[in-house]
Design a protein around this ligand. Structure first.
Ligand SMILES: Nc1nc2c(ncn2[C@@H]2O[C@H](COP(=O)(O)OP(=O)(O)OP(=O)(O)O)[C@@H](O)[C@H]2O)c(=O)[nH]1
Length: 333
């Protein structure tokens, strides 16, 4: 086989690294004579693919797919070629060198040229193939390749960084949100709530904690099934988020119990929000009991407010459900 133009992605994609990506782009897009050379276990080099060759220069039985790469040049240039291949394999970096006054091993045509060897890795630090590009001796081609390679690496780095940022954001979201309702999960809610507590205590701001629980949720699950129950939890979450302000914190405390942290909100303001929420939910035929606690002078941490809100929620349940209970007095929804 004397001539072949092929794109073999498996050379390049077996291990995802920037060199492989650059080598792949060069192989696919660069209009140069190129070869892919396989590095064997004993550090022999075998031609595996040939692209854009000049048949006049290569058309001999020594240079073709499956033949040793060293056949490309006559001795002693062949030895120099192998030394440079080994440098590329060991260093894992591109190597370029001038074949001064050399000729391809066609038994004739003298031609000065440069060879650029580009490592292709199949795992970190292990070079399995070399991309060999034949360049005219002038530096224009080298500069083109260098510029192209730099731009390609830069493009890949930007692409990778964007991918990493997106993945990190997604992972952070998963780690901080409840999968069913997309509200904050308990741990993250408590972290944020603690920060709000410290801020309110430090600057003397008002702060309310609202705890709510769906009435007779077990019966809904038992009678209508868990899918209906799940749907109800999502409806509640949506209603909570659209009732409160953007900077209020909505989180799932566990099961059908939710907490809303209302920074810079006094007890009257919290009651108004609770009533609005209750009314919205009633139109969705959903009833909830709500307990609201407000920051007091002796409070030491957010748990003090949460415990009071929990206690008030229990009172709302005991007093008949579908109710809002606050620190000072009770409201019937
Ligand atoms: N569908 C669904 N059900 C859940 C989920 N998490 C917890 N539950 C159920 O929620 C119910 C919680 O019921 P409780 O709050 O203890 O009691 P209740 O029936 O709501 O009664 P009251 O709160 O006293 O009105 C249990 O049946 C749980 O199995 C969930 O993610 N999806």
């Amino acid at each position: 086989m004397l001539s072949s133009v092929c794109n073999k992605p498996d050379f390049f994609s077996c291990f995802d690294c920037d060199f492989n990506s650059v080598a792949k782009s060069l192989w696919e897009c660069f209009p140069k004579e190129m070869m892919i050379v396989r590095v064997t276990e004993r550090n022999h080099y075998i031609i595996e693919e040939i692209k854009h060759l000049q048949p006049a220069e290569f058309s001999n039985h020594l240079i073709s797919v499956g033949k040793p790469f060293r056949n490309l040049l006559p001795s002693p240039l062949a030895e120099e070629l192998i030394v440079n291949c080994t440098r590329c394999v060991k260093g894992g970096v591109p190597v370029n060198f001038e074949v001064a006054g050399g000729c391809f091993n066609t038994g004739g045509n003298q031609r000065s040229f440069r060879l650029l060897l580009f490592p292709i890795m199949h795992q970190p630090g292990v070079v399995s193939h070399l991309l060999c590009i034949v360049l005219n001796s002038d530096m224009t081609s080298m500069t083109q390749i260098a510029t192209y390679s730099e731009q390609e690496v830069e493009r890949r780095v930007i692409e990778r960084t964007a991918e990493l940022v997106a993945t990190n954001l997604h992972l952070t979201y998963l780690a901080t949100h409840d999968g069913l309702t997309q509200t904050y999960n308990r741990r993250h809610l408590l972290d944020l709530a603690n920060t709000e507590f410290k801020r309110a205590a430090r600057y003397g701001l008002s702060l309310c904690v609202m705890m709510l629980d769906i009435d007779h949720f077990k019966t809904i699950n038992d009678e209508q099934g868990h899918a209906a129950g799940d749907h109800m939890l999502k409806t509640l979450a949506h209603a909570m988020r659209s009732t409160v302000r953007d900077w209020d914190l909505v989180g799932r405390y566990g099961g059908d119990e939710f907490i809303i942290i209302l920074p810079e909100t006094d007890i009257q303001g919290a009651q108004v929000i609770a009533e609005r929420l209750s009314n919205t939910l009633q139109s969705a035929r959903l009833s909830v009991s709500i307990g609201i606690a407000t920051l007091e002078l002796n409070d030491r941490c957010i748990d003090d407010l949460i415990n009071r809100a929990d206690h008030l929620l229990l009172n709302a349940k005991r007093n008949g459900r579908n109710r809002i209970e606050c620190t000072s007095y009770a409201l019937t929804a």
